[in-house]
Design a protein around this ligand. Structure first.
Ligand code: AQP
Length: 324
């Protein structure tokens, strides 16, 4: 089985990215051929800092490794180091419907968020993502809820291409968790936790115990006192219960029973302790990796070579069937 997925180096990776996506990658790694990309060409579709981009790329690589991605088993690389991604994206642009791109939820959301700066790249983002996926004949794409629509569009594009030019691409399936596919913001639990939102709205994987304590302590809860999972009526507590459940591997029902007679404050204290404990290995591994930047550079360079080989094979097929 072939797996492909990626994360943008657009800010601090948070527990939403980890619980919904990176944890799936670690599990897939045991049973499949995996390719994990740092999608820097996606990150430049909204305003960004050129000076810190390389540092952010290295940080995402550290997170992959600190989370248990084994670069000897899986391919880890930076998208812009394999030029076939942009080549295939251009070709797929010629068969992608403009209407499909305009109705993408992320395009609408990000156009609103960056209304002064809507570039064509933001509209074409899903075509580049389809290229990323199809280039490796991917069978399964593990993502969070918000990226499901883009994987569905990649399937539509692959099917259209195959019917127009002949069987070329595998049709990828999406893998989205049943619980935890959308971790919500700590300060506004009606919105997803996001890398580019204010610091207090998310827990970063490398946050210190003090930061975790402060953020969980001030996380929005709901009126009432019961620790009950009810995302419609109690979105704040339901989000914290989901985070607790995924980090402790305990079902939400068991947590509701365990905290039945306790206050929000003692539940938050217990969640803080759990997060401090579970994120400690990430912080430790990061300080180890920070001492050896050449190690990460070597992994990314090796990964790009391995990815490029597979990407070139697909591009040869694509160009041939397109008459290029
Ligand atoms: N809150 C979330 N809960 C669960 N999954 C999430 N993902 C993102 N936010 C959550 C999933 O993480 C993967 C990588 O995300 P991305 O880098 O492609 O960017 P994004 O989806 O746009 O996520 P962010 O964190 O909100 O980044 P910015 O702020 O840069 O836009 C994807 O699989 C995504 O579904």
């Amino acid at each position: 089985m072939k797996i492909f997925s990626g994360i943008q180096p657009s800010g601090n990776i948070h527990i939403g990215n980890y619980l919904a996506v990176i944890k799936q990658w670690v599990a897939f790694q045991e049973k499949a051929d995996c390719i994990f990309c740092i999608v820097d060409w996606h990150a430049i579709t909204v305003p960004y800092e050129t000076k810190t981009l390389q540092q952010k790329i290295k940080e995402v690589a550290s997170i992959y490794l600190a989370s248990g991605i084994n670069p000897e088993k899986s391919i880890v690389f930076v998208q812009s180091q394999v030029k076939e991604h942009s080549e295939l994206a251009w070709l797929l642009n010629t068969i992608t419907s403009l209407g499909d791109l305009q109705r993408m939820t992320q395009f609408k959301d990000k156009s609103q968020k960056h209304s002064q700066n809507i570039c064509a790249g933001l509209l074409n983002y899903p075509v580049l993502m389809a290229g990323d996926i199809l280039l490796y004949q991917t069978e399964v794409v593990p993502v969070g809820e918000d990226q499901k629509q883009h994987v569905e569009l990649a399937r539509t594009i692959a099917k259209k291409f195959n019917s127009k030019f002949g069987e070329t691409f595998k049709i990828p399936e999406v893998s989205v968790l049943k619980i935890g596919a959308k971790i919500m913001s700590l300060t506004n639990p009606d919105k997803k936790m996001s890398k580019s939102d204010p610091e207090s709205s998310r827990i970063g994987l490398f946050d210190s115990p003090e930061q975790i304590k402060k953020k969980i302590g001030s996380a929005t809860t709901d009126s009432g006192r019961e620790i009950k999972f009810n995302p419609k009526e109690k979105p704040g507590i339901s989000n914290l219960l989901t985070i607790y459940s995924l980090f402790s591997d305990k079902p939400i029902k068991d947590l509701e029973n365990a905290f039945a007679s306790q206050s929000y404050q003692s539940f938050k204290q217990s969640l803080t302790d759990l997060l401090v404990e579970k994120l400690e290995p990430f912080r430790n591994k990061k300080s180890e990796l920070d001492k050896n930047p050449e190690f990460i550079e070597k992994i990314l360079a090796d990964g790009a070579k391995r990815a490029e080989k597979q990407a070139q094979e697909t591009m040869q097929k694509v160009k041939k069937v397109m008459g290029l």
